[in-house]
Design a protein around this ligand. Structure first.
Ligand SMILES: Nc1ncnc2c1ncn2[C@@H]1O[C@H](COP(=O)(O)OP(=O)(O)O)[C@@H](O)[C@H]1O
Ligand SMILES: [Mg+2]
Length: 500
């Protein structure tokens, strides 16, 4: 079906057309010239009327013209050219000829385009629900993915769909579950493996723990005391003598004993105070009986690290610890070093709230290690998926390493600019579509797809929590539950003591 004709000057990447039918933005068209059939996507549309142009200022004239000729409008649109259908979607070397008809693309051409190797079925075309959209798995696992949108636009649903599709290929997925949305989830294609947010301190470097305790680089005497106690605590744990204590508590006891023996030393007291502070923040993080967190990852399952009870500090430590160890252990595996300390399989990491864990304007250890994995992960089979409702506050460096993007509804101009500057394939015209997307509709672009696509993401078929709350329903039972609730809160408060 012809939907319009090329007009004006036509470039190799873009053409303007005039039509009397209203196509839809995101629809695919073809133009045939010089024995080529070139696929394109309608990127923008305007409607105009020559008789009602901007030079007309007389209201009565406008009323009269619109009465007699108001329906004589034209439709002008822009098509982004995507490539020659018969030449692997390479862009042709000659531009189309003005006057060439523009046709709707055949379903068969589109089905061919979305017929990819190792497909992940993520949805259907927004404008043509009979055409399934598949993206390719390997480019996502190798070259990362960003899922960006305002709250409620469908990010978590998209994450769940992608996880489930990856499970079909036995990919070990690892979710940093900031809101406890995945721990009770059910995936049609694989089990959920809950990993508790605990680190055995023997797998932490001295410097990681020194930073937690807030002993600066140049505090040599404090560092000396702390290092001595740290080593002693590690030895006790290795000998099986320290495990009844929490790690920082053990260090504290060692230093406390030392200060008792040697008379109170101001530097030691300072360190003890710092450990006190750190224990308030981090003590639940350590478990001296736990094996290396990465060895609990199961292949073909969704490995969920439940961070819903952890505060930001703890999440940051866990993320950086896991990113750092993954890089090291995958390097060892790839290079055949240190068999005991290597990770024999790739991992795909999903980081929700990426703007907290890799913030744009603030340095943090989690951001540093996320950047490292974003840059180097490809060589070692470590993939990242950054998810955020505040793209403008996600680190630009990390974001620009995400060579695949799924962008759902996004209204704020600064968010849009930040995303555009991090992605070369996102045109201004596509950006302009972002505010008008409905829930679950997304622009999908990057290496995982041959062409940028407007997709209605499938609704996740399994079970997950974290959609909108039924507030009214929850409050309906309030009176009945109130007393019981108060009692359990009291008990919780009483149980907040530390054992060391
Ligand atoms: N593709 C979709 N199809 C149908 N419903 C969807 C889709 N995406 C999201 N929803 C619904 O919209 C609500 C918000 O989606 P969610 O993924 O939790 O948003 P976000 O994580 O971006 O805040 C959920 O209740 C979900 O069921
Ligand atoms: Mg969400």
């Amino acid at each position: 079906m012809v939907i319009g004709y090329c007009v004006g000057e036509i470039s190799l990447s873009e053409l303007t057309f005039i039509s009397d039918k209203m196509p839809q933005v995101g629809e695919y068209v073809t133009v045939e010239y010089d024995d080529k059939k070139v696929l394109g996507m309608v990127e923008s549309l305007v409607r105009g009327n020559d008789a009602l142009n901007l030079d007309l200022h007389d209201i009565e004239a406008i009323q009269t013209i619109s009465r007699i000729g108001g329906s004589d409008y034209y439709i002008k649109g822009k098509v982004k050219l995507l490539g020659d259908v018969d030449d692997n979607l390479r862009l042709p070397r000659t531009p189309a000829i003005p006057g060439t008809p523009i046709k709707m693309a055949d379903g068969e051409i589109l089905r061919n385009v979305f017929n990819v190797k190792n497909p992940l079925k993520i949805g259907t075309l927004v404008n043509q629900s009979d055409i399934e959209v598949n993206v390719e798995a390997n480019p996502i696992l190798n070259r990362h993915l960003a899922i960006l949108a305002m709250t409620g636009a469908g990010k978590s649903n998209t994450v769940a769909v992608i996880i489930d599709q990856l499970l079909r290929y036995n990919v070990p997925v690892f979710v940093f579950d900031m809101h406890g949305e995945y721990k009770d989830a059910e995936f049609p294609n694989g089990e959920v493996n809950i990993i508790s947010p605990k680190i055995n301190p023997i797998y932490m470097s001295f410097n990681e723990i020194r930073k937690l305790v807030n002993i600066p680089n140049n505090a040599y005497i404090q560092e000396r005391h702390f290092r001595w106690a740290f080593n002693k605590a590690n030895n006790l744990i290795s000998d099986g003598k320290g495990s009844k204590h929490k790690f920082l508590g053990l260090i504290q006891k060692i230093l406390h004993d030392k200060s008792q023996e040697e008379g109170s030393d101001k530097q030691i007291i300072d360190v003890l105070n710092k450990i006190d502070d750190a224990m308030l923040k981090y003590n639940n993080l350590f478990d001296t009986n736990k094996s290396n967190i990465l060895t609990s990852i199961k292949i073909g399952q969704v490995n969920v690290l439940d961070l819903s009870q952890s505060d930001e500090y703890v999440s940051e430590v866990l993320v950086s610890h896991i990113m750092r160890n993954s890089l090291q252990m995958r390097k060892n595996a790839v290079h055949g070093n240190d068999y005991d300390n290597s990770l024999e399989h790739p991992v795909f990491y999903i980081i929700e709230e990426a703007h907290i864990l890799a913030p744009n304007k603030r340095d943090s250890s989690s951001k540093y290690w996320i950047q490292r994995v974003a840059r180097e992960g490809r060589k070692f089979g470590l993939g990242l998926c950054l998810v955020s409702q505040s793209p403008k506050t996600v680190d630009h460096d990390a974001l620009s390493q995400m060579n695949n993007m799924i962008i759902l509804r996004l209204v704020e101009p600064e968010d849009q600019r930040h995303v555009q500057s991090a992605s070369e394939s996102l045109s201004k015209d596509l950006i302009d579509q972002l505010p008008s997307l409905n829930v679950g509709e997304a622009i999908v672009l990057g290496l995982m797809t041959k062409i940028p696509t407007l997709v209605k993401i499938n609704e996740f078929k399994g079970r997950r929590t974290g959609g909108d709350l039924d507030i009214i329903g929850d409050l309906a039972d309030y009176d009945k539950n109130e007393e019981e609730e108060l009692r359990s809160q009291e008990e919780e408060l009483m149980g907040l003591g530390y054992d060391y």
